[in-house]
Write a protein that binds this ligand. Structure first.
Ligand code: AMP
Ligand code: ZN
Length: 472
């Protein structure tokens, strides 16, 4: 496919933008570290999910839907999960199932496609044990006091991804120095479980049951579903060290390969109103809470206005600007009768921007230009514009105002149409906030102008869609 050429991606491993060339264009393979499911996902967690969704969409476009495998895991065994389940007095399974379900609902609202495979750590324990056995057998891991540890000095080029030498790391590291470690940098592959913690029969002849360390989970899931060497590995910048460094060490030493993944991509960090997001500062924003005040499209748009490698400062002002843009686009879409045409292809400028290391701000600039063209040239430009926005994951079908008879009235009385549209939106907000008194008041106010509202449930989404007509 000619279009697949010139996809440039910044590779953390080489510290430069490189042309992406897959190992096999018939089977392009990407792994992204997914959430640890113990609590609602926050807006920082949403960043890699949205960013790599854009890359997934782009790869599918360039190589064909059937030729791209995207694996994003769910970490459902972790100390934080154990602690939270005990705190709430629920079973671990109940907590992880509930949290995973909530995560799926949240990111679906952000227009995120499901990955091709979503493996769960607890379903890959045998694969983890096999990797651990292989590492012991070839001298890269050892057993000590019921633990299995990775022997970091056994791998001379450990630290290549984060660009640190072993000596530097040893000097600067604040790793917990347990007495059973041969070297302070050695990290856990397997550890004993205390009573009540999830446990499995241990590998390597260890008699007590135990559980895996975090890093080995991703090596096992990536290896099983994508092979010993694959194309792209992604995650947030905070994962470069130690998580990704350790994934690389485990996978390369177990499989005796030169690389684990060939392109390593990392999104920048997100902070809130200029401060690091943290529970103690009280500025911890979950996707779930955001979606009470803002549409999924506004959240997605606000995320993609910043290039994925830059830090984002997540602010209310930014959300308001994003909302205003989408409202303007909704009005233009309404005016040009914007219905998404199945055959329309996205704009070349948008695709080219994304092919340059996922330059979403530039792609959005292009969407702005196209919106302007639509406003002046009408529907001839609308197909490509809407197809481009849909390609970036925006829910353009909902951009149309819920007032479906507005077009007719607009011809005779544009002011009325605008007023009704705004009041219908206010009423929808009031209903969402369960302020039914206000919702009824708006209905009555409109009735005095001869406008009759009709609410109907959208059979697909279950949402209430309001239409209106003038009383005869
Ligand atoms: P965790 O559940 O903490 O392992 O994080 C899941 C994903 O979210 C990882 O790829 C993290 O790098 C990413 N992540 C966590 N916090 C932030 C943040 N504030 N900004 C950007 N990415 C984040
Ligand atoms: Zn991982």
């Amino acid at each position: 496919m000619a279009e697949a050429q010139n996809l440039l991606l910044y590779n953390t491993l080489t510290r430069r933008k490189e042309e992406f060339v897959p190992l096999d264009a018939q089977s392009v393979r990407m792994y992204v570290c997914g959430p640890t499911v113990y609590d609602y996902a926050h807006i920082g967690n949403a960043r890699p999910v949205v960013v790599f969704d854009v890359l997934f969409r782009l790869l599918r476009r360039l190589y064909g839907e059937k030729h791209v495998t995207y694996v994003r895991n769910i970490t459902d065994v972790d100390d934080k999960i154990n602690a939270r389940a005990a705190e709430e007095g629920v079973s671990i399974r109940e907590l992880t199932e509930r949290t995973a379900r909530q995560f799926h609902e949240d990111i679906k609202a952000l227009g995120v496609l499901p990955p091709t495979i979503e493996p769960r750590a607890t379903e890959h324990i045998e694969e983890m044990k096999a990797l651990i056995e292989a590492l012991i057998a070839n001298g890269h891991a050892y057993v000590a006091e019921g633990h299995v540890l990775f022997d970091v000095p056994s791998m001379p080029d450990y630290g290549k991804l984060s660009n640190r030498s072993l000596d530097e790391m040893a000097a600067g590291a604040r790793v917990e120095v347990a007495p059973y470690k041969k070297d302070p940098m050695d990290f856990v592959l397997w550890k004993p479980s205390k009573k009540g913690e999830p446990s499995w029969a241990s590998p390597a002849g260890i008699s007590e049951p135990g559980r895996p360390g975090w890093h080995i989970e991703c090596s096992a899931m990536a290896g099983k579903h994508l092979g010993d060497v694959f194309d792209i590995h992604g995650g947030g910048i905070d994962l470069v060290f130690p998580h990704h460094e350790n994934e690389i060490a485990q996978s390369r030493c177990a499989h005796d390969t030169k690389v684990m993944a060939r392109y390593w991509l990392h999104n920048g960090f997100l902070q809130v109103e200029g401060e690091k997001m943290s529970k103690s500062l009280g500025n911890f924003i979950t996707i779930h809470d955001l979606l009470k005040d803002w549409s999924g499209d506004v959240v997605r748009f606000n995320m993609l206005r910043t290039h994925y490698r830059q830090p984002i400062d997540w602010t209310k002002k930014g959300l308001e600007e994003s909302k205003a843009t989408l409202e303007r686009w909704g009005e233009i879409s309404d005016r040009v009768g914007g219905a998404l045409s199945k055959n329309a292809a996205p704009d070349v400028g948008v695709i080219d921007a994304l092919k340059d290391d996922l330059n979403t701000p530039l792609a959005i600039t292009r969407l702005h230009e196209m919106a302007k063209e639509c406003r002046s040239n009408g529907d001839s430009a609308a197909d490509t514009w809407l197809a481009s926005a849909a390609f970036m994951g925006f829910d353009v079908a909902r951009w149309r105002s819920p007032v479906q008879t507005a077009d007719l009235v607009e011809v005779t009385d544009p002011d009325l149409a605008l007023r009704v549209k705004s009041l219908v939106a206010q009423r929808a907000d009031a209903r969402k906030a369960k302020n039914f008194k206000e919702a009824d008041r708006i209905r009555e106010e409109l009735a005095t102008s001869g406008v009759v509202l009709k609410d109907a449930k959208d059979p697909q989404t279950g949402e209430i869609v309001t239409t209106w007509e003038l009383a005869r």
